[in-house]
Design a binder for this molecule. Structure first.
Ligand code: SF4
Length: 82
């Protein structure tokens, strides 16, 4: 994993869009149970890795797309590490 990186993704969705959508392909994060996608009322969408809170190998805001990740856990899958 490289150094700490944050990604801020601007999107063209309306501000009242019910669910924020990333404008970039997230890679593994797109199918990972630890990914949390949040939008602001200014149209910025963030993908945060919730696993980074307790797994020191990961960063809170990974650079997208993530192609390889030691913490990847499929949505609906068992974590098994904690
Ligand atoms: S554990 Fe890895 S794949 Fe899953 S959200 Fe975090 S950075 Fe993305």
């Amino acid at each position: 994993m490289t150094g700490r990186a944050e990604i801020i993704v601007r999107m063209g969705e309306p501000q009242d869009s019910p669910s924020p959508v990333l404008s970039v392909e997230p890679g593994l994060c797109g199918a990972c149970r630890h990914a949390s996608v949040k939008g602001t009322n200014r149209g910025t969408v963030y993908l945060r890795c919730t696993r980074a809170a307790w797994d020191d190998r990961l960063v809170r805001y990974p650079r997208l797309p993530v192609r390889d990740c030691p913490g990847f856990t499929p949505v609906g899958g068992e974590d098994g590490t904690r």
